[in-house]
Design a protein around this ligand. Structure first.
Ligand SMILES: Cc1ncc(COP(=O)(O)O)c(C=O)c1O
Length: 454
């Protein structure tokens, strides 16, 4: 352990981490016995291998969730600021979604046919996000893959462009990053032997000149980006960046896909609506059906006309777009309920207020500890970053990460009853989160920082 790590003494961090890990383990005998126990039939003992990657001695096994609270099998109650890494951004089991699930439960869940009331969903999507045409998929990864495929078909161009440090789900073509300024396949992607850099350009977010150079050859079908990079710490767009991105993509005949899966935290119409962005395509997954696996992707009239042309010259079937369960009856019912009754301006107003309270509280604790850290908030999404800010791009985001320090903080917060998102330091506030729960997290964070920074 180095002597100093992001403003914290290495020795103090090591002692704190050991003590907190022991305390965490002592409190959870049942989770310890169950989580990742081999031999039960699941590979690595869990339904998804990455459940073992939480920065904890072992993951707490959850018995139930409600609103902003989880209860684990050791009977410990946790205030949930992870909220399924956005999937439960509107709380666990929002009542309107439960009603829709219950009503649909006895009427069939999947038919492979359009369902009554689907036009209601299309209208809600159009009104809310401003794009005229929509398709429904199952995950944000799916929606991004399908949308990117369509942009290549429509433009008849082979390449896409992604931002360094970005994440858009299990979408192979976006797994390209910059290593010492050179593009390469992301090292974590397994089983991919094709050099993805032959079909994916990668540039730093906020770098207008690099973007212009990458689009100059006229072979890029689509730029895919989040409006704020949320998966490499949190990187905000610099003044004028989105205007330049839109101007340059239009000039190059390149489509612009904005992935709002995380930035839907901004407000009822996402970041695009709040900031007047004009994407050609928009993707939204995770919380859009209240935690049921559903995603949507929308596009403008020009893309729709392009798709018409493609369909006229392509035989039907096996298009690479859509899966059997996409847009099924359960998806449509829960999507309608979430859009109409859960993602309301009133819900967002509450989330914004509580998230602002959280961001202020965290900033004050950082200031008290005189730590060189900062806090970023995008609507209901808050992140503390263990480095000075603002960050400019994905490389900055990578340098700002402090895995050992962050792990100790995550365990420390859990021992004080608060769960935040693993792999980075993101916290979400849902409509059910109370001011007292926000204060609980602020208090826990202050306590942890007090122990770490003295
Ligand atoms: C911005 C963004 N887009 C898409 C995805 C993929 O979502 P899913 O894993 O639900 O397919 C993620 C996942 O974290 C994401 O952060």
């Amino acid at each position: 352990m180095p002597e100093q790590l992001h403003g914290v003494t290495g020795a103090r961090l090591a002692a704190f981490a050991a003590e907190e890990r022991a305390r965490y383990t002592r409190a959870r005998p049942r989770s310890a016995a169950s989580a990742g126990a081999p031999g039960g039939g699941f590979y690595a003992g869990v339904p998804m291998h990455w459940m073992l990657d939480w920065p904890l001695p072992f993951a707490p096994v959850i018995a139930a969730g409600s609103g902003a609270t989880l209860t684990d099998i050791d009977g410990i109650e946790l205030t949930d600021f992870c909220l399924g890494d956005t999937g439960a951004m509107f709380g666990h089991s929002p009542p309107a979604v439960v009603r829709a699930l219950t009503a649909q439960a006895t009427r069939g869940l999947t038919y492979m046919l359009p369902t009554a009331g689907a036009e209601d969903v299309a209208r809600l999507l159009r009104e809310r996000f401003g794009l005229p045409y929509w398709q429904v998929a199952t995950t944000a990864s799916d929606a991004n893959r399908f949308a990117l495929r369509l942009t290549r078909a429509v433009t008849e161009r082979p390449k896409i462009l992604a931002m360094n440090g970005s994440y858009h789900g299990a979408v192979d073509e976006t797994y390209v990053g910059l290593e010492d300024g050179r593009p390469q396949n992301c090292p974590g992607l397994i089983g991919q032997f094709i050099d993805l850099t032959t079909a994916t350009e990668v540039v730093e977010f906020n770098d207008v000149a690099a973007l212009e150079r990458a689009l100059a050859a006229g072979d890029v079908a689509c730029v895919i980006t989040e409006p704020v990079l949320t998966n490499c710490c949190m990187v905000l767009p610099q003044a004028g960046y989105h205007a330049a991105l839109r101007r340059l993509t239009r000039a190059a005949g390149t489509l612009l896909l904005i992935d709002e899966t995380h930035t839907i935290s901004t407000g009822p119409g996402g970041y695009c609506r709040a900031h007047g962005l004009e994407p050609d395509l928009l993707v939204l997954g995770k919380p859009v059906a209240g935690g049921v696996p559903v995603s949507v992707w929308g596009f403008n009239a020009a893309v729709a006309a392009g798709w018409d042309r493609v369909r006229r010259r392509t035989p039907a079937g096996h298009s690479g777009l859509g899966t059997t369960l996409s847009g099924n009856a359960l998806a449509m019912a829960t999507l309608r309920a979430t859009l109409a009754e859960v993602m309301t301006p009133a819900a967002y107003a509450h989330m914004q207020t509580q998230a602002a309270r959280l961001a202020d509280g965290l900033s004050a604790a950082i200031a008290r500890g005189a730590l060189p850290w900062h806090v970023v908030r995008v609507g209901a999404r808050v992140e503390f970053i263990c480095a000075p800010g603002p960050l400019c791009n994905g490389s900055d985001g990578r340098r700002a990460r402090a895995p050992e320090l962050e792990q100790a903080i995550h365990v420390g917060l859990l021992n004080r009853g608060c769960l935040i998102t693993p792999f980075h330091n993101m916290m979400l506030v849902c409509p059910a989160t109370t001011a007292a729960q926000v204060d609980q997290l602020v208090g826990a964070f202050g306590d942890v920082l007090g122990a770490l920074a003295g």
